[in-house]
Design a protein around this ligand. Structure first.
Ligand code: GDP
Length: 453
């Protein structure tokens, strides 16, 4: 018998209510020992009190619910006790549940049980943690669609294609015949081409998928006083970075995770990357370089009312070949920097006229960020996306095997060899949904979870 597990399911802090969750065969007997109120009936929220069955002390006024397996999150018997959202109450109730025979759940163990009991596949379980961690609407949507099984359905459909191919191969191996053999090679080649396209299409979503999940790294760079903090503030729509007129105040990098058009964006305001003797500023500059290097997009801000100087030129050199937006700021003042001047140095950059003072150009910057993330290919409303590195790696390996199989088919290699590769692709896709994943991989997936989920 699996141990009965328990954990605090809500965040530890002040809250209206907090929940202690118990799962396993002993959950109802344990609850009955510590709950005083009407008898707990299946799927009925019941009012009562939790009391210490060893000392008789009343612990909290609660609502409790019993969900009999398999109609519960874990597919086991589950009891959830809703108490006041105080750390004191939650800890006392949990301690009491443990004292009565439950074991403290490991991170993700409830979801792991749901997976092991067949309530969801591995991609759905992974979606649970993505949902909990989601910081933007889009991230949440994609994770929800994955939880609903849309991603795994796509994978399962491709797997079904592999089964068809394997059947064709097997029939031919079992009943070899010259004519049929020729036909088998031709059909196989065609079939492999079709699955290859499906795998490629899925993999094509992975860049956007990564950004949707982890956020787009954007570094704002430029000399002191050009308006970087003002831009950051405009994007944040609240004043967090300090806007001042003294050059060099943005000494350290400031990172903010914000949501632009529902895309999570990690925004770093940098101290510039010029040479300096000031120790504190030097540290800031090192950090700037770091965030500059890891940025998916660099926003270089220029004060259009002052001519470019050495420092601007230095930054422009670093921008070579980078995805970049150059913001020509302070358009409300007389302009001395021309677009041509910038375009000549960074031809790949998008140049945007702006005035932070007048709120001009901010929308355009947001448009460009959105365009960059979706690359014109993946539509915003498409929620089937590869957001998980584990999935991406397996899809890539599966694609590789399909390509190998295709090449061998073209060269009329023995079908037994081709079968090995097709079978491997099938197995790799099975690993994504957890059908063929090893215990080690499964443990790794759930180790990323938080307690109580
Ligand atoms: P940072 O040092 O690059 O972060 O620049 P700040 O955002 O702190 O701005 C420096 C100064 O320039 C502040 O006094 C801002 O009010 C001013 N400033 C920022 N944007 C504009 C603009 O578009 N036009 C004008 N005239 N002043 C601006």
């Amino acid at each position: 018998m699996e141990a009965t597990i328990a954990a605090i399911a809500t965040a530890l802090g002040e809250g209206g209510i907090g929940i202690v969750r118990i799962s396993g065969e002993e959950s109802l007997p344990i609850a009955n020992k510590i709950f005083r109120g009407s008898a707990l009936k299946e799927r009925m929220l019941t009012y009562g009190h939790v009391y210490d069955n060893f000392t008789g002390e009343t612990i909290d006024e609660v609502m409790a619910v019993y969900m009999k397996g398999p109609r519960s999150y874990t597919a086991e018997d589950v009891v959830e006790i809703q108490c006041h959202g105080s750390v004191v109450s939650l800890r006392k109730i949990l301690a009491l549940v443990l004292k009565n025979g439950a074991r403290l759940a490991e991170p993700g163990e409830f979801t792991k049980r749901a997976f092991l009991n067949g309530r969801m596949d591995l991609t759905q379980a992974e979606a649970v943690i993505d949902l909990i961690r989601a910081k933007s609407d889009k991230t949440f949507d994609v994770a929800l669609s994955q939880l609903e099984g849309k991603f795994s359905q796509t994978v399962k459909d491709i797997r079904a294609d592999f089964v068809d191919l394997l059947v064709q191969i097997t029939v031919n191996i079992d009943y070899p015949d010259e004519d049929i053999e020729e036909m088998t090679y031709d059909k196989l080649f065609e079939g492999l081409g079709a699955v290859r396209e499906k795998l490629q299409a899925l993999l094509a979503t992975s860049d956007t998928g990564r950004i949707i999940k982890e956020g787009l790294n954007v570094a704002i760079i430029g000399k002191p006083n050009v308006g970087k903090s003002s831009l950051m503030n405009a994007l944040l729509r609240e004043t967090r970075a300090i806007v001042t007129e003294i050059a060099g105040t943005t000494r350290d990098t400031i990172e903010e995770v914000i949501s632009i058009r529902n895309i999570p964006v990690r925004l770093t305001d940098t101290a510039g990357i010029r040479q300096t003797d000031d120790i504190i500023e030097k540290i800031g500059i090192e950090k700037s370089k770091e965030s500059f290097n890891k940025a998916d997009l660099v926003i270089f801000m220029v004060d259009g009312s002052r001519s470019l100087d050495e420092e601007d030129e230095e930054i422009l050199q670093y921008m070579d070949g980078r995805q970049a937006i150059v913001v020509l700021n302070k358009q409300d003042l007389t302009q001395v920097v021309s677009r041509e001047e910038i375009a000549a140095r960074v031809p790949q950059a998008v140049i945007i006229d702006a005035s932070m003072k007048e709120g001009m150009g901010i929308e355009t910057i947001e448009d460009k960020i959105e365009e960059l993330v979706y690359g014109g290919q993946v539509k915003q409303n498409d929620s089937i996306m590869v957001t998980n590195v584990r999935h991406k790696n397996l899809l890539e390996l599966a694609l590789q095997s399909v390509e190998d199989a295709s090449a061998m088919t073209e060269m009329r290699q023995p079908l037994e060899f081709i079968e090995i590769d097709v079978n491997r692709s099938y197995e790799l896709l099975g690993e994504i949904i957890g059908e063929t994943a090893s215990g080690e991989i499964i443990n790794e997936v759930f180790a990323r979870f938080c307690l109580g989920k």
